[in-house]
Write a protein that binds this ligand. Structure first.
Ligand code: HEC
Length: 131
């Protein structure tokens, strides 16, 4: 019985690992924005993928289960949009500062997680001109 369970777990783990190898950048389960590939496309497109992978879990547009969005909704009380992707007043410098330093319950990100090029793309995505 015990052996059968161990075997089932081993097979499950192996299947999971091979499924991951096929996609270079799988869409994370918490994704709330359109997935793109982090190393392809324009800076804005690449930044959108970085956002999707690292930020959307907390800063998704839907406030449900998005602690960053909820927190910013409370902070700005309607004076500024709660979702980062709807903001028009973010600067590249401020995005980079918050990402490298973190704030409140937001973690800071190391260069081994989001490298400088990815951070530039992320800043381009969040500061892009909006209609
Ligand atoms: C674990 C949840 C979490 C993750 C992941 C997260 N954040 Fe945050 N973020 C927060 C919280 C909470 C705040 C603080 C809001 C406040 O001051 O009330 C915040 C604040 C910010 C602010 C400051 C906005 C303002 O006007 O004060 C920026 C910019 C920001 N986050 C960008 C990002 C980016 C870019 C990423 C992805 C690299 C990210 N965050 C990932 C939770 C998160």
């Amino acid at each position: 019985m015990k052996t059968a369970v161990m075997f089932a777990i081993a097979v499950g783990v192996a299947a999971g690992a091979s499924a991951q190898e096929k996609t270079a950048f799988p869409t994370p389960a918490w994704s709330r924005t359109k997935a793109a590939v982090q190393d392809r496309g324009s800076a804005v497109e690449r930044g959108g993928a970085v956002f999707n992978n690292w930020c959307s879990a907390c800063h998704g547009k839907d406030v449900r289960n998005a602690p960053g969005t909820v927190s910013l909704e409370y902070k700005y009380q309607g004076k500024s949009p709660a979702a980062l992707e709807d903001r028009r007043n973010l600067t590249s410098e401020s995005v980079k500062l918050f990402v490298r330093k973190g704030v409140a319950t937001m973690p800071f990100y190391r260069k081994t997680e989001i490298n400088d090029a990815d951070l530039e793309a992320l800043a381009a995505y969040l500061t892009q001109a909006k209609p």
